[in-house]
Design a protein. Sequence first.
Length: 243
Amino acid sequence: MIEFKNLVKKFGTRTVLNGLSLNIREGEIIFVLGTSGTGKSVLLKNIVGLMTPDEGEIWIDGQEVSKFTEDQYLPIRKKCGMVFQHPALFDSLTIFENVAFSLRRHYQLPETEITEKVKTALKLVHLHGVESKKPAQISYGMQKRVSLARTIALQPKILLFDEPTTGLDPVTTTAVNQLIQDLSRELKTTSVVVSHDMNCALSIADRIVVLDKGQIVALGTPDELKRSEIPLVRDFLAEALTV
Ligand SMILES: Nc1ncnc2c1ncn2[C@@H]1O[C@H](COP(=O)(O)OP(=O)(O)OP(=O)(O)O)[C@@H](O)[C@H]1O
């Protein structure tokens, strides 16, 4: 589904991704863990074409996309739904209009169809009766769910999450994680979740990849990772157990 082959990304003299190879399978939920600054977000940006690698290949759905032009990348971007750390909703628009916004921008759809898609997306994230509210009138956790609804309304095949639970309280964290899992299964998406949170990864990932200094130091199922002797993995596990 998504394959990185010997990916290298440098900023000046700093090498952020250092020959990274990874095959992300169709329909799986894969967590990308690593300490700050190891290149997790850079990896996501390479998938959606917001950054291009200096070396290596990126295969998405059978196409090598790393040297695609902006125009060639558009259909790839349509397959990808990116959910950012902060909801970034438009304050002056209602929740309905926030979710409808990208639908209107990407597709010429009759109003009835837009209404249908917005309602379905809000229902999938368990939000009811908030369509006419403004973002400031709902909680932060609900705003995060609206941003998820906005992304899934476009029916992406690939869902990319950049630290979806950072800054959330434990109850909302659990709810958002459950939602990531439920949506990925229900919509049959391939989901890549960048995170610091080993607990979340252990509970919902099919596979976990741990990055250090731009390279993969561990890759496996939650059970395999739990048995890992790799120091960085043990550190993440120790932290998870104390939460
Ligand atoms: N556009 C850019 N220009 C220069 N350096 C960049 C750019 N984007 C990222 N970097 C650098 O690349 C490194 C990896 O950044 P990245 O955001 O991928 O880290 P991360 O693993 O997601 O960290 P965090 O968990 O803190 O978000 C950092 O040192 C960062 O400063």
